[in-house]
Design a protein around this ligand. Structure first.
Ligand code: SF4
Length: 356
């Protein structure tokens, strides 16, 4: 088992939605992001497979990872109405007509519902009653792919570089969520949503300026001059968002966005730094499967275990905080073959080993 070289993609070519990818031009001098080639959305890596050990965690083909109700900021609603797949546009219209969480800020999912379902491992990826309305049951694709929100854009079931890649995506999630909110408020202000409506959408007691999910969308006063043309309002939001330069978007996000951008750059530097720790000890190690030749070990994530060859697994106890070179020498002598430092690097990435 050797560490794979890190496949990188320019952000514009990665799986990010086009607007989000463009915003990163104001954040990253080197726009390279990991290509998460193990998280194969088109051929879901989490479905049942005869090669998996008994009891392995799998997702349902009826939901895949999309047991989630996304919050779509106003400009994402407009973009999806304009250019999503027929299913995607219809699913957005259905949410608009149902009115849950609908306001000039967009379609806001109930945060309590999202939190409860996202952390429930039994239901996540399996419970069809939680399936996202934008998920296309035939073909298992996202109906609003190019206009999906930051959580959907940065979440992967598997990461080529384990926890270190996940750390970068998590930082991007924080930043892009902040920018989405800033652009959504900018659109509402620019399109003359009345101050009384803004006051009802933005109470001071919600964290991080999150918009409320319980504003009554049927109230005409909420829409100002757009009352009677809610779709037109959302389409105008998409146009406004597309006209913003990356620097303007970052500026709309204020000091908080600039601080989050700094954390994104730090996480990217840490990901690209291949140096191994001087001393290494066991990290989170949980055996979740066995075969004749390998041991399936869970480290940083229950969704992304690693199959460690038995010869290497049997040497893991030698990494006990002593200098790495010494541990590698002993492990290689005992295994009767060289234990490559690249394999140790991969175990560190997956938090099966960690710096001591
Ligand atoms: S918006 Fe798309 S990616 Fe996100 S949960 Fe729904 S179907 Fe899945």
């Amino acid at each position: 088992m050797t560490r794979r070289s890190l496949p990188l993609l320019r952000s514009a070519d990665a799986s990010l939605p086009p607007l989000h990818a463009r915003w990163l031009d104001a954040v990253l001098a080197d726009p390279s992001l990991p290509e998460e080639s193990n998280a194969t959305c088109d051929d879901c890596a989490m479905l049942a497979d005869p090669s998996l050990p008994p009891g392995a965690l799998v997702f349902s083909p009826d939901t895949r990872c999309c047991t989630y109700l996304p919050t779509l900021a106003n400009f994402l609603v407009g973009g999806a109405l304009r250019s999503a797949s027929p299913h995607g546009a219809a699913s957005v219209r259905r949410r608009l007509s149902e009115g849950d969480g609908l306001s000039p800020i967009g379609l806001v999912a109930d945060p309590a519902l999202v939190a409860s379902t996202h952390t429930d491992q039994e239901r996540f990826g399996r419970d069809a009653s939680l399936r996202c309305p934008h998920y296309e049951p035939v073909g298992g694709r996202c109906g609003v792919w190019a206009w999906r929100e930051a959580t959907c854009a940065t979440w992967f079931c598997k990461h080529t570089r384990g926890e270190r890649a996940k750390a970068l995506w998590n930082r991007l999630h924080q930043l892009l969520s902040r920018l989405e909110r800033a652009v959504a408020w900018h659109c509402a202000l620019s399109l003359d949503i009345p101050p009384e409506a803004l006051a009802r959408m933005a109470p001071l007691d919600l964290p991080h300026g999150a918009p409320r999910a319980d504003v009554s969308a049927s109230d005409d006063a909420l829409w100002g001059r757009w009352s009677g043309d809610v779709e037109g309002y959302f389409l105008a939001c998409a146009q406004l968002a597309e006209a913003l330069s990356p620097a303007e978007v970052l500026s709309l996000g204020g000091a908080e966005a600039r601080a989050l951008a700094a954390t994104v750059r730090l996480a990217q530097r840490q990901l690209l730094d291949d140096a191994l720790p001087a001393r290494v000890a066991l990290g989170r190690v949980q055996v979740v499967g066995l075969s004749a030749t390998s041991v399936r070990v869970q480290g940083y994530s229950h969704l992304d275990p690693l199959d460690v060859p038995r010869e290497l697994f049997d040497q893991l106890h030698r990494f006990d905080g002593r200098p790495l070179e010494e541990a590698l020498r002993e492990a290689s002598a005992s295994a009767g073959q060289e234990v490559p430092s690249g394999a140790v690097g991969m175990l560190v990435d997956f938090d099966i080993l960690r710096g001591a």
